[in-house]
Design a protein around this ligand. Structure first.
Ligand code: ZN
Length: 265
């Protein structure tokens, strides 16, 4: 058996023997959906734009930055042809099996919900492109509600309720992390029995810290990520491959093992 097959087998066994699993995902899970990894060699931050030109502070004061923000995230271009991939579906399957506590994600693409995960069980640490939020009154809108206005020529639409500045509900550079989501993620991690990291280099705060909470609580850690992470030595399972193929194989094995258990019982 190859090293990767051994690791797949081990992860399947861990999933079967766990009942309170948290999946932690980063940009790497969505690259197979056509979304570029943020920090990889072709990453959005690496290649096309200096992130410091699009900070939250600049969004507040500069209409040009607001226009560019809306053009990128609100126009629908970001969503065009982006569909969940096999890794997202594998995670959704874990939920159907009653194994999953929640998904905690650094991604803003909404693909976990699209793959079938209950939105109440997806904690989005960096916000989402599927909603827009008023910075004045806090009212939240589905992006589909706003897009017709954008398409009709409003380059950075304001809130219909109060006229305040409205932003796609992502967390921009310089914008504070969402307190509720971060705390909820930490609370749940402290009670999980298995944390599976998929497609995160675990380098960006507070992501780096999150799986450590699970470890401190005695949970097992599995990491599926192309390239190294700072927690590799702490992981029971460590696979440096694309997530789609691996997770599909893992869940196929899990199902086999669980139907075997069922027959025995
Ligand atoms: Zn408002």
């Amino acid at each position: 058996m190859s090293y990767v097959d051994e690791q797949i087998e081990k992860l399947a066994e861990l999933i079967v023997s766990s009942n309170n699993i948290i999946v932690f995902t980063g940009a790497g899970i969505s690259t197979e959906s056509g979304l570029r990894d943020f920090r990889g060699p072709n990453g959005i931050w690496t290649k096309s734009e200096d992130p410091t030109t699009m900070t939250f502070q600049k969004f507040l004061v500069d209409p040009e930055v607001r226009k560019r923000h809306w053009a990128r995230y609100g126009s629908g271009e970001f969503h065009a042809n982006i569909q969940p991939n096999r890794a997202h579906y594998a995670v959704a399957e874990m939920e159907k099996m009653g194994k999953l506590n929640c998904v905690i994600t650094q991604n803003i693409d909404g693909l976990h919900q699209k793959a079938g995960n209950n939105p109440n069980n997806v904690i989005e640490l960096h916000g989402t492109v599927t909603k827009a939020k008023c910075l004045e009154c806090g009212k939240s809108y589905a992006i589909e509600e706003i897009r017709p206005r954008f398409d009709a020529g409003e380059e950075s639409p304001n809130c219909r309720e109060c006229g305040g500045l409205m932003k796609v509900a992502t967390i921009s550079f310089g914008q504070p992390m969402p307190v509720e989501e971060t705390q909820e993620a930490q609370r749940r991690l402290a009670r999980c029995d298995l944390c599976i990291v998929i497609g995160s280099t675990l380098l960006v705060y507070p992501a780096a810290h999150m799986p450590e909470i699970a470890l401190s609580a005695g949970a097992n850690l599995a990491i599926i990520n192309m390239g190294n992470t700072p927690l590799d030595n702490m992981a029971r399972v460590r696979i440096s491959e694309k997530a789609g193929d691996i997770m599909e194989k893992v869940m196929r094995l899990v199902k086999q093992k669980m139907s075997g258990q069922y027959k025995k019982a």
